[in-house]
Design a binder for this molecule. Structure first.
Ligand code: IMP
Ligand code: MG
Length: 175
């Protein structure tokens, strides 16, 4: 069977939810500047769309971490592949993630970033798979809770493919 994609969250729903999140974040950060940190590469589509809908001043930085061993389970050892360009000291930091699965990546990333002295640090994720959680991470903003299925699109990949899909889908026809 050929690889096909089943739509899980259509583009319109994703857009609507990002709009709501942007509004909520703008209210919560009223009078402040929010420093968005994008975890590459998966978080990049979400962060760009979210940033456009935030009405308080925004600054952005990017980092890339690797947490996977060979398979599709994260190892819990976070290696910084590309670090942030700017210090976090005194900043109101909002980490923008594509998806939280076991929570291992974020748990370790938070530990590393908190040592850099931000004024505050919160988490915003487009997708959450709460059933899969191993590490207890407190997520402040969630786009959608989804079931335990491997999803692609809106930045998320399967073997580096499908990041450009404008919706969230499930890959079918692969074993
Ligand atoms: P965690 O450390 O298990 O929470 O893994 C989080 C990272 O694994 C995410 O930032 C994604 O890069 C990747 N990941 C987890 N689930 C999926 C999925 O369903 N599709 C694509 N990538 C995923
Ligand atoms: Mg990620």
């Amino acid at each position: 069977m050929a690889e096909t994609i089943r739509v899980l969250v259509p583009e319109k729903e994703v857009d609507k939810r990002i709009e709501e999140l942007g509004k909520k974040i703008s209210e919560d950060y009223a009078g402040k500047q929010v420093h968005l940190i994008c975890v590459l590469k998966g978080g990049v589509f979400f962060m760009c769309e979210l940033a456009k809908r935030i009405t308080v001043p925004v600054s952005m930085d990017f980092m890339s971490v690797s947490s996977y061993g060979a398979g599709t389970e994260s190892s819990g050892i976070v290696k910084i592949v590309k670090d942030l360009d700017e210090p976090l000291e005194g900043k109101d930091v909002l980490i923008v993630e594509d998806i939280i699965d076991s929570g291992r990546t974020l748990f370790h990333l938070m530990k590393i970033l908190k040592e850099r002295g931000p004024k505050s640090m919160h988490i915003c994720t487009l997708l959450d798979k709460p059933e899969r959680r191993v590490e207890d991470v407190k997520v402040d903003y969630v786009g959608f809770n989804i079931p335990d299925e491997f999803v692609v699109g809106y930045g998320l990949d399967y073997a580096q493919k499908y990041r450009n899909l404008p919706f969230i889908g499930v890959v079918e026809g692969v074993e």
